[in-house]
Every structure is written in structure tokens, then in C-alpha cells.
Design a protein around this ligand. Sequence first.
Ligand SMILES: [Zn+2]
Length: 104
Amino acid sequence: MMTTIEILGRKNIITYGERSPADVGMGRANSGEDKIWIWNGLSHDGKRETLLHEILHQISEYADLDLTEQQVSILGIALNLLKMNPQETIIPESISTEGVSDET
Ligand SMILES: [Zn+2]
């Protein structure tokens, strides 16, 4: 299974596949080849969280942020909070539409 995603203007190929004995993690990011690999044995949420993690690695490389593994992991947790807390509950409708008055 293969999909693509554009990260900072660079088209990345995402491959979901089997794990080989050499694979230590759930996913891998290759910034030189614009490729991301995700273990297909993960649950849907696991794939999503791992993909988010690998996207952060690519952003770190592309933007020369030089993030550590720990920084990437922590940023992934922060972004996952948005999924665990649906927008309707943390951004009330009355606030999210404020200032958008010229459309009826
Ligand atoms: Zn990592």
C-alpha cells in the first residue's frame, strides 16, 4: 500500500509494509529520498501517530531544525491532543466563528 503526502513542498511517498528484523521502530523517515515507511501491523491510530511522528522528522530535516528524537516525540503528543479532543469541545462554535461576519 502506497500513498503520498506533500511536506513543506516536497512530495513524500508513504509505504505501509511488513517489518524486517532490522527494523527497530514502527516507522522510518528518509529525507534524502522523500520517503516514509510505516509498519502495517499497527492499529489505525498507531499508523496515524507514527505517520505524524515521521512527518515531524521530515519537517525537522527539511527546515534544518535539527530536532532530537525526544523533541519529535513530544511535539507528536501535542498534535495528537487535537485528535483526542474533538474541535467542538475545545473550540466552541461561538469562538471559532467570531470575526467571520461578512458571510451570511
Ligand atoms: Zn523518531
